[in-house]
Design a protein around this ligand. Structure first.
Ligand code: SF4
Ligand code: SF4
Length: 135
């Protein structure tokens, strides 16, 4: 298993998501409200290969979620925008749920396929638990 190959494959999925989402939702206002999971009553799940990707780029910035707010939100802005997770790229509070659900399903299939290709276990874990497990 090559970590670099997994990272590159996940980057391709993120590129696919960004291209597929383009023009399909109104612009996100970037208010950061949905990154406050507790207050927004929202959950973000990430796959095992996304965590590998994130650890690759954020090795020195891994931190737990302590208060129900994504630890990478600062002043209501995402500080890891380039490397944010699939769910962050797809969710838009002003968008159409069906479109987002469809793209999310396709993205998860692609991420699962990376696990199969690289013989690595597939997991789909809520962000706070995923971060807790890797710090
Ligand atoms: S990674 Fe960025 S966009 Fe995703 S929940 Fe955290 S702060 Fe929000
Ligand atoms: S998706 Fe909605 S709640 Fe989340 S940052 Fe964008 S405008 Fe704010």
């Amino acid at each position: 298993m090559s970590n670099v190959e997994i990272v590159s494959a996940v980057a391709d999925v993120y590129k696919w998501i960004d291209q597929t989402m383009a023009g399909k939702s109104p612009d996100c206002k970037g208010c950061g409200n949905c990154c406050d999971f507790k207050r927004y009553d929202h959950r973000l799940y990430i796959t095992s290969v996304e965590l590998e990707y994130f650890k690759h780029f954020m090795a020195d910035r891994l931190r737990p979620m302590t208060d129900g707010i994504c630890p990478y939100r600062n002043d209501n802005k995402c500080t890891v925008h380039t490397h944010r997770f699939a769910g962050c790229r797809i969710f838009n509070c002003r968008g159409t749920e069906n479109i987002q659900a469809d793209i999310s399903e396709q993205a998860i299939e692609k991420l699962k396929a990376i696990c199969q290709t690289h013989d690595t276990p597939y997991t789909y874990t809520e962000l706070s638990k995923a971060l807790r497990n890797c710090v």
